[in-house]
Ligand binder design. Structure first.
Ligand code: GUN
Length: 289
């Protein structure tokens, strides 16, 4: 079984980006800038946001971090988004999810200027992805596709089974694989006979956030398995499929798998950096900054 090393590919992407960004910075007189908003102090979100800021700085993207208290109102958050939408020095805006329950996530995501929607979660970008037009692709699905392509995984005509239907991963992943001419099945919590369907997956993408839900019996022999899960079990990070302590049973079934950590996670951040740089270039060329 091959281990699809997302960490190594992400490192390569970051080093290429750093060179390109340095070149553009001298040419256009400013660096790309990503504004990141975190409401509250959820520990996992704090870690993700810090990693995003650190990765930005590493490649020469200016990171503009906004840490807001949990008590922030929807109106206050909307007001900050309006300011960032109108700030020509800001290329990308990311509101870290989940948001506190008193804030309507959809109202917030819809308020972001879709040209600056680095997460690709605005309905305009969602629609453009569904009609296979140029758009900003959500970071995790984009990172997974880059990894599959760099591993020379054939996608066209392959039966891809996606487990999870979130707006962040499952749904855009399914659309992206359709756009790549895969045949796609999407499974979720109400799916009947999940093992029957997972066994059909020549490419199996698991994004449910539940450790050990998928075992070796549920994997088609020779499948390419992408594990999006990041779960903490007894203080150890494990995936929805991948557990570094016990890969032996999966090893006999799958042709390849993404490890956890070091698989999809670093690719998500690499794609965020790519999206930010892409938006910056579009804005520079349309002289909107
Ligand atoms: N929370 C977990 N993953 C993500 C992501 O990719 N983007 C945002 N905005 N929030 C997240």
């Amino acid at each position: 079984m091959r281990i699809m090393n997302g960490a190594a590919l992400a490192k390569k992407i970051r080093s290429v980006l750093a060179i390109e960004i340095d070149f553009c910075k001298s040419k256009y007189g400013r660096a790309p800038k990503l504004s990141v908003i975190l409401v509250g102090n959820d520990p996992a979100s704090m870690t993700y946001v810090k990693n995003k800021g650190k990765s930005c700085n590493e490649v020469g993207i200016e990171s503009d971090m906004h840490y807001l208290p949990f008590s922030t109102s929807q109106e206050e958050l909307l007001s900050l988004i309006k300011t960032l939408n109108e700030d020509d020095s800001v290329d990308g805006i990311l509101v870290q999810l989940p948001l506190p329950k008193h804030i309507d996530k959809n109202v917030i995501l819809n308020a972001i200027d879709y040209h600056k929607d680095v997460d690709g979660l605005h309905p305009m970008n969602v629609g453009l992805l569904n009609t296979s037009e140029e758009c900003i692709i959500p970071c995790t699905p984009k990172g997974i596709l880059s990894l599959l392509k760099s591993e020379n995984v054939e996608i066209a005509g392959k039966h891809t089974v996606v487990i999870g239907r979130s707006n962040l991963v499952g749904k855009p992943m399914a659309q992206l694989m359709l756009r790549e001419n895969a045949s796609v099945t999407v499974c979720h919590s109400k799916t009947r006979d999940l093992p029957y369907l997972t066994r059909q997956g020549e490419i199996l993408i698991v994004a449910i956030g539940c450790p050990n839900l998928i075992n070796a019996d549920m994997i088609k022999p020779g499948a390419i398995v992408v594990d999006v899960g990041i779960n903490s079990v007894d203080g150890k990070m494990v995936g929805d499929v991948y557990n570094s302590i016990d890969v032996s049973s999966i090893e006999k079934k799958a042709a390849a798998i993404t490890p956890v950590p070091g698989g999809v996670g670093p690719m998500t951040i690499a794609s965020l950096l790519e999206n930010t740089f892409e938006i910056y270039k579009r804005r520079i060329h349309s002289a909107k900054c």
